[in-house]
Design a binder for this molecule. Structure first.
Ligand code: AMP
Length: 130
């Protein structure tokens, strides 16, 4: 199996705006955020679907998701953190965490053709780093 773009990020071959890492997961900002702080929590093990992970690894991923979401609520002072699993673009399991206050923020559709705003992403990553 070829390395996914997320495995390349985890291995440091592609840069990312990292906010958290432990033995099981690597978390970094989505380059086309739905809202400020939109983060991807990715298992280090490259599998296509979260439910391809064994139960213990799945639970470790979800424990990290919870930890990061609680941290986001505190640091970004938002009322909500939406959690999504989509996975149609990148076939390496990941959980989206999307901080928001209003439903319009949560339903924002990012312009994926735009160049990522690395200045803004870097500033948010610095705030969110755990
Ligand atoms: P999906 O597979 O549908 O859950 O979407 C994949 C997500 O990964 C999209 O929101 C992309 O913006 C995001 N993405 C793709 N490449 C990168 C990258 N190099 N760094 C950060 N986020 C990325």
């Amino acid at each position: 199996m070829d390395d996914s773009i997320f495995t390349k990020i985890i291995n440091g071959e592609i840069p990312s705006h990292k906010i958290y890492e432990d033995d099981t997961v690597f978390a970094f900002l989505d380059i086309h955020p739905i809202n400020t702080g939109h983060t991807l929590v990715v298992p280090k093990q490259q599998v296509e679907f979260l439910w391809d992970l064994d139960d213990a690894t799945y639970q470790s991923v979800m424990a990290a998701v919870k930890k990061i979401a609680e941290h986001m609520r505190q640091v970004l002072n938002v009322e909500y953190v939406g959690q999504q699993v989509i996975g149609v673009d990148v076939p390496h399991a990941h959980v989206h965490l999307i901080p928001f206050n209003t439903i319009d923020e949560y339903h924002n559709v990012p312009d994926v053709s735009a160049d990522p705003n690395h200045g803004a992403l870097g500033a948010i990553a610095k705030k969110l780093q755990m």
